[in-house]
Design a binder for this molecule. Structure first.
Ligand code: GRF
Length: 202
């Protein structure tokens, strides 16, 4: 059974969806750690309620990003984590973690990348007047939502949509697509152990 960590900074609805899918056997992995960079974030209580250990630390309490990521890495090693899913983790992953987990970190983003990378993707799609947006799951590299795309699903923007109504529909898609994609990735023999240039997962 693979041992995975989820990184999150906020509400944690994707964290919950992943935990549910892992516990039901849909994802062949055990969620053994939540890493949270925002003390007080609602996701922490969700992890505690489900009995999942939490590492919570504000990066600004460390001398620099390397020191923060080394502390995270120590906890990941302690828990024998081999795979990381970012779920609303509002921070760029630095070389310390990227080098320790090459091609073993994935992220979910609420747009059809490469459109609308970065923050406020849902609001920016609405402002731009596009008629279709969606959800992307991708490998994490050193850029902002720039790693190779693994899976995408479209969500139509409807007449009269607001950030709230559109976010709700996007979240519903996320809660299905993320577990589904993690399940497909983790069922592979060597899920992230191939390089981008070679055969892709899908
Ligand atoms: C999701 O929309 C995800 O795509 C983005 O951050 C949001 C996190 O939501 N990266 P939640 O905390 O999982 O509810």
């Amino acid at each position: 059974m693979r041992r995975m960590a989820v990184f999150a900074s906020g509400t944690g609805s994707n964290f919950e969806a992943i935990v549910r899918a892992a516990r039901s056997g849909q994802i062949p992995a055990k969620v053994v750690l939540l890493v949270c960079d925002r003390p007080g974030a609602p996701v922490i209580a969700k992890a505690q309620a489900t009995g999942i250990p939490v590492f919570v630390a504000a990066p600004k309490t460390f001398p620099d990003k390397v020191a923060y990521e080394r502390a995270v890495l120590a906890r990941l090693h302690e828990k024998d984590v081999t795979f990381i899913a970012l779920a609303g983790y509002m921070r760029l992953i630095g070389p310390t973690l990227l080098n320790a987990y090459p091609e073993r970190i994935v992220n979910i983003h609420p747009s059809l990348l490469p459109a609308f990378p970065g923050r406020n993707a849902i609001a920016r799609a609405l402002e731009a007047g596009v008629k279709v947006t969606g959800v992307t799951i991708h490998y994490v590299d050193s850029g902002i939502d720039s790693g190779p795309i693994i899976a995408q699903r479209a969500v139509e923007i409807l007449e009269g949509d607001t950030v709230e109504t559109l976010s709700e529909r996007i979240h519903r898609v996320e809660h299905v697509l993320y577990p589904e994609t993690l399940a497909r990735l983790l069922k592979k023999e060597n899920p992230m152990g191939i390089t981008y240039a070679k055969e892709r997962m899908f």
